[in-house]
Design a protein around this ligand. Structure first.
Ligand SMILES: [Zn+2]
Length: 222
């Protein structure tokens, strides 16, 4: 983290929490899922896994949300950020009581749609965010979409249902989904650092395309 150049330490910590939470949740879930303690124990582990994903999609996305609305008027900024928080919290509440894998995945639809709309806002003249991060943000949205597809193939057990017994160790749908999530978080990390540095510059409008970022300096030095 380029701590000396970033806009807000709170947002930086949100990003760090969002980047590590899915690994902690999934790691604990997968490590203990095979113990024979009954369904209640298993469902508690599953909830922990869900909370990890939720922290990643809510706190982890907060710097991107704040950067996207950065150039709007204060009341509108807070309204949109509040909207995202409400969508994220209601998604968590629904995910905690969801009865099937499909329902659990659908709980994250609203925050996901809002992130996509914010991405469109970034491309308009009203939007904010580092212009350099836009490529990464688009990639992250694509990865987001791929994660949704990953979730869908997981719920449908594709491709392991076509090759019974052959993909138990690797290349099954859950395995593929986790690899896609690694990619998504990697792109989120790249885009978030650029956004945090851009917000510190505070330049909105057409001028924001002229800002030099620490990574471009680094590339020049290299
Ligand atoms: Zn998993």
């Amino acid at each position: 983290m380029p701590w000396s150049q970033i806009y807000s330490e709170f947002l930086a910590w949100c990003h760090i929490a969002g980047s590590v939470a899915p690994w902690i949740g999934s790691f604990i879930y997968h490590l203990f899922m095979n113990t024979e303690r009954g369904s209640l124990y298993y469902h508690r582990l599953l909830k922990l896994d869900m909370v990890g994903i939720w922290v990643s999609q809510s706190f982890g996305a907060l710097p991107m949300v704040c950067a996207s609305v950065f150039c709007l008027g204060r009341p509108l900024q807070w309204l949109l950020i509040l909207c995202y928080c409400v969508f994220a919290i209601s998604g968590l509440c629904k995910a905690m009581v969801a009865s099937s894998p499909w329902k659990r995945r659908l709980c994250f639809t609203l925050p996901f749609l809002m992130r996509n709309l914010l991405c469109i806002l970034r491309y308009s003249s009203y939007g904010g965010g580092s212009p350099q991060a836009m490529g990464s943000v688009i990639l992250q949205v694509i990865q987001d979409l791929v994660s949704v597809i990953g979730g869908a193939i997981g719920a449908m057990n594709i491709p392991e249902k076509w090759f019974p017994g052959c993909l138990d160790m690797y290349l099954n749908s859950h395995n593929i989904m986790h690899v896609l999530v690694v990619l998504a978080v990697y792109f989120m990390h790249q885009a978030t650092i650029l956004d945090l540095v851009w917000m510190a510059s505070g330049v909105c409008g057409p001028d924001r395309h002229q800002i030099q970022h620490p990574t471009s300096h680094m590339q020049e030095e290299l």
